[in-house]
Design a protein around this ligand. Structure first.
Ligand code: HEM
Length: 410
């Protein structure tokens, strides 16, 4: 048998990584990749790494510099711009105590109660899309529902115009493409250009809002104060870019991948359509089964030890990147019975790691779940004969995994 590998350059791996994860988890769960990082595929190792204080998310500050890594030049450029005060690190790339400070300033807007208030608006948006599709008897789910609804919701929340949604979508895609392990220099340059274009576009809106405060999240962030502490202009801009990108790039895939999973398990879909008591658990199960974010990274700040399959000790040295494969952890048979089956009433579905864990646990989790729940439940209840009317198309991505075309007959 050949040794199992984590090879994001293999199209078969990108098309369906789960059988590869199963192999790695069973035979080489602490896998030294030839790409220079260590790949963790067991639930316990991933959870411990995401939660442990000895691991950093601020890669620029803690990774041992590697001149052969295409990201290194970018890290150096970014460091210079941060030192010049032009940009700020995002909440996602900070460690405590800086992370704690930023997270405290922004978290109030994302509590489950604050988010639940958006339900009627989300429902109205979904109904509007489905009314149009119902007339036609068919729809393409991603472009008609899965992208526009979360995009409109995050734009509403911030009170942003949506007239440049195509540009914003392109910029967001260029930015998230740079998270792929296969990214090359061109991909990194494209992400930098997109980031600058998006920041310039948002800058104007933010500056205008300073003098026209309203009842929206951006106005709240401009005014937020906690024990005399405030967001700096660069912090605010970076946070808004992250919200805008995270606010729709991922949720689109939860709606798309989730609907496809249901279409491939029609008994589960029919059961859910008639049983609203499944609504909360079913969304967790869809996140577990085929979540939009497959992996993230951490850097140990001390040498750390993991256990190999044979009980041997595997030490990852301080400063060497560790990849935590969320999609694999959520399919670990040590935690989930029959992990490759979709079971909407699975008792521990909410232990999935699709939103990561620890201090960086997804800030938008309540919003993403609400949007997906309204979109999917409305779709399957309104159209009991829902079926695929053509081949699904996939974005050829691994870090953020999702369908980009899902033609449906209603
Ligand atoms: C299904 C949809 C979503 C998924 C699967 C998802 C997944 C994740 C994951 C895995 C992380 C942590 C990454 C890490 O630890 O390295 C994260 C962080 C984050 N997410 Fe989400 N996300 C989703 C939707 C959203 C939405 C809708 C928003 C905002 C409107 C959002 C905002 C954020 C923010 C701000 C962080 C950084 C939190 C921090 O560092 O403290 N996400 N998300």
């Amino acid at each position: 048998m050949t040794a199992p590998a984590f090879n994001p350059f293999d199209p078969a791996f990108r098309a369906n990584p789960y059988p590869f994860y199963d192999e790695l988890r069973a035979h080489d769960p602490v896998h030294r990749s030839p790409f220079g990082f260590t790949v963790l595929t067991r639930y316990d190792d991933v959870a411990r790494t995401l939660r442990g204080n000895e691991f950093a998310r601020d890669i620029e500050a803690h990774v041992t510099p590697d001149p052969n890594d295409p990201r290194q030049a970018r890290r150096d450029r970014l460091r210079e711009r941060i030192e010049a005060g032009e940009v700020a690190k995002s909440i996602l790339n900070l460690d405590p105590p800086d992370h704690t400070r930023l997270r405290r300033l922004v978290s109030k807007a994302f509590t489950p109660t604050a988010i639940e208030r958006l339900r009627p608006r989300i429902q109205a948006l979904v109904d509007g899309v489905l009314d149009v599709a119902a007339e036609r008897g068919s729809m393409e789910l991603v472009n008609e529902l899965a992208f526009p609804v979360p995009f409109q919701v995050i734009s509403d929340l911030l009170d942003f115009p949506t007239d440049r949604s195509d540009d914003v979508r392109d910029w967001s895609q260029a930015l998230t493409a740079s998270l792929e392990p296969t990214v090359d220099d061109d991909g990194i340059d494209a992400a930098d250009r997109a980031s600058e274009a998006m920041a310039a576009y948002l800058h104007e809106i933010i500056e205008d809002r300073r003098t026209h405060l309203g009842d929206d999240l951006l106005s709240a962030l401009l005014q937020v104060e906690d024990e005399g502490d405030r967001l700096s202009p660069a912090e605010l801009r970076t946070f808004v870019v992250l919200l805008y990108v995270a606010g729709h790039e991922t949720t689109v895939n939860l709606i798309g991948n989730g609907t496809l999973a249901l279409l491939r398990h029609p008994d589960q879909m029919r059961r859910w359509a008639t049983d609203p008591s499944l609504d909360t658990n079913a969304i967790d199960e869809l996140l577990r089964f085929d979540g939009p974010v497959q992996q993230t990274v951490r850097v140990p700040m001390v040498d750390v030890e993991y256990e190999g399959v044979d009980g041997s000790s595997i030490v990852v040295p301080k400063g060497q990147l560790v990849m935590t494969v969320l999609g694999s952890a959520s399919h670990d048979p040590a935690v989930f019975d029959r992990p490759n089956d979709l079971l909407l009433d699975r008792p521990n579905a909410n232990r999935h790691l699709g939103f990561a864990a620890g201090v960086h646990y997804c800030l938008g989790a309540s919003l993403a779940k609400l949007e997906a729940s309204v979109a999917i439940t409305t779709l399957i209840r309104r159209f009991p004969n829902l079926e695929l009317s053509g081949e699904p198309g996939w974005r050829d991505r691994l870090t953020i995994r999702g369908v980009d075309r899902l033609p449906l007959s209603l």
